[in-house]
Design a protein around this ligand. Structure first.
Ligand code: PLP
Length: 356
C-alpha cells in the first residue's frame, strides 16, 4: 500500500494552545479552525482543542460542520453571513457573526430579537488600513452606537496587515483601534492573530484569535516554530519505492532538470504535487531521512519525487519526512517561496490521515 501519511499530534496541539494561554492569560481564546483546521482535519483538532473558549471559521458551512460533529462551543464567522437567508441558521445554531458592511447590519437588525435572545455577540470589524473588510474609522462609531442602541453586545474587531513584520501601518492600525475602543467604551475588543499575540501582549484584550501557532508553525519569516517554542502538529511522511544510481551527466525526472555531476544515489519517494507537496522550488529544498537532510533533485511530479541519498544508507521502504518535527514546514515553505499556512492548507486528501 502507498504509505503517504499525515500524522496529527493532538498533544502538540494542546501544548501550543497552552502557549497561547501563557502569552495571553487574561484573554479568551478563539481558536481559528478555518480551512479544515489549516489542513489538519477539523474533527481531530476540535477534540484536541477542548480547552479553547471558542472557534473561528470563515463561513457558515465550516461552522455547521463543527456543530454536526457535536461541538457546542461558541463559533465566530469571521466574514459574517454571505446572504440574508443564513441569519436564521446562524441563530438556531448559536453562531456569532462579524459585521463588516452595512447590508449585514440590516440583516442583523431584521433578526434582532432572536439573535439577542440567544445571547450572541456581534463582532464589528474596523478597517484600519488592511482594506479588505470592515467599516472605516469615520463610519464605525455610528454603526456600533446603532447596534448598542438596538441592544446588541458588540466586540470591536480588527486584523493586522503586517503583524508579522515591522511596518509603519502597524502603528496606524493600533492607534485607530485604541481610538475606537475608547470612543465606544465600554466595548469588548479583539485584534490579535498569532503574530500579534507574540508581539503585542498589551493588545490581547478580551479575545485572541490564534491560528497558525496552534498548529506549530510560525507566523514570522525570520523565526521558526522552535524559536517560538511551538510544537509542529503535522508530520507528513512518505516512503522510498525505488533506488537508482546514476552517473555524472545523467538526469532524473521531467525536463531532466537535474543532471548529476558525479555518481549519485537517488531514491524515488512516492509523494508528489498530487498530495500537496509543492512543485516549484526556486531554492534548494530537502526532506529529512533518518533525521538527516536529503536534497530534492529534479522536478516534483504528481506522484513521485527524487532525492539524493548518496551516503545516507537509504533502503526500499525507508520513511522520508516531507515536513514535521525534523524538517519544519516553515523551512520547506521558505525554500519554496511560500508560507507554511499555504503548504498546510493545500494538502490533498490523497495521503492517509492518522491521529497520534
Ligand atoms: C485566520 C485569521 C486569524 C488567525 O491568523 P494566524 O496568522 O493564523 O494566527 C485571526 N483573525 C482573523 C480574522 C483571521 O481571519
Amino acid at each position: 500500500m502507498r504509505q503517504a501519511t499525515v500524522y496529527i499530534d493532538s498533544q502538540a496541539l494542546q501544548y501550543n494552545l497552552n502557549r497561547v494561554k501563557q502569552l495571553a492569560p487574561n484573554a479568551k481564546i478563539v481558536s481559528m479552525v478555518k480551512a479544515n483546521a489549516y489542513g489538519h482535519g477539523v474533527k481531530d483538532c476540535l477534540a484536541a482543542l477542548s480547552e479553547t473558549d471558542a472557534f473561528g471559521v470563515a463561513c457558515l458551512e465550516e461552522a455547521l460542520e463543527i456543530r454536526a460533529l457535536g461541538f457546542k462551543q461558541p463559533i465566530t464567522l469571521i466574514e459574517g453571513v454571505f446572504s440574508a437567508d443564513e441569519m436564521q441558521t446562524v441563530i438556531e445554531q448559536n453562531i456569532e457573526c462579524v459585521i463588516h458592511q452595512q447590508q449585514q447590519v440590516d440583516w442583523l437588525i431584521a433578526h434582532k430579537t432572536a439573535y439577542i435572545a440567544q445571547k450572541l455577540k456581534v463582532w464589528v470589524k474596523l478597517n484600519s488600513g488592511m482594506n479588505r473588510l470592515g467599516f472605516k474609522i469615520a463610519e464605525i462609531i455610528a454603526v456600533i452606537n446603532t447596534l448598542k442602541a438596538e441592544g446588541f453586545t458588540c466586540v470591536l474587531a480588527m486584523h493586522f496587515a503586517n503583524a508579522d513584520a515591522d511596518h509603519p501601518l502597524n502603528e496606524q492600525q493600533r492607534a485607530q483601534f485604541l481610538h475606537i475602543k475608547e470612543a465606544c467604551s465600554p466595548i469588548l475588543a479583539s485584534c490579535c492573530n498569532s503574530a500579534a499575540i507574540f508581539k503585542w501582549p498589551e493588545l490581547n484584550f478580551d479575545f485572541v484569535r490564534p491560528g497558525i501557532m496552534l498548529y506549530g508553525a510560525s507566523p514570522f519569516a525570520d523565526k521558526n516554530a522552535h524559536d517560538l517554542d511551538l510544537k509542529p502538529v503535522m508530520t507528513f511522511t512518505a516512503e522510498i519505492i525505488a533506488l537508482n544510481t546514476i552517473q555524472a551527466g545523467e538526469g532524473v525526472g521531467y525536463g531532466s532538470h537535474f543532471v548529476a555531476n558525479q555518481e549519485t544515489e537517488l531514491a524515488i519517494v512516492a509523494i508528489g504535487y498530487g498530495d500537496g507537496y509543492p512543485r516549484a522550488f526556486p531554492k534548494q529544498n530537502h526532506v529529512a531521512i533518518n533525521g538527516q537532510a536529503a536534497a530534492v533533485v529534479g522536478r516534483v511530479a504528481m506522484d513521485m519525487i527524487a532525492i539524493d541519498v548518496t551516503g545516507l544508507n537509504a533502503k526500499l521502504g525507508t520513511k522520508v519526512e516531507l515536513w514535521g518535527k525534523n524538517r519544519l514546514v516553515d523551512d520547506v515553505a521558505e525554500a519554496n517561496g511560500t508560507i507554511g499556512y499555504e503548504l498546510l492548507c493545500r494538502l490533498s486528501n490523497r495521503p492517509t490521515r492518522k491521529q497520534i
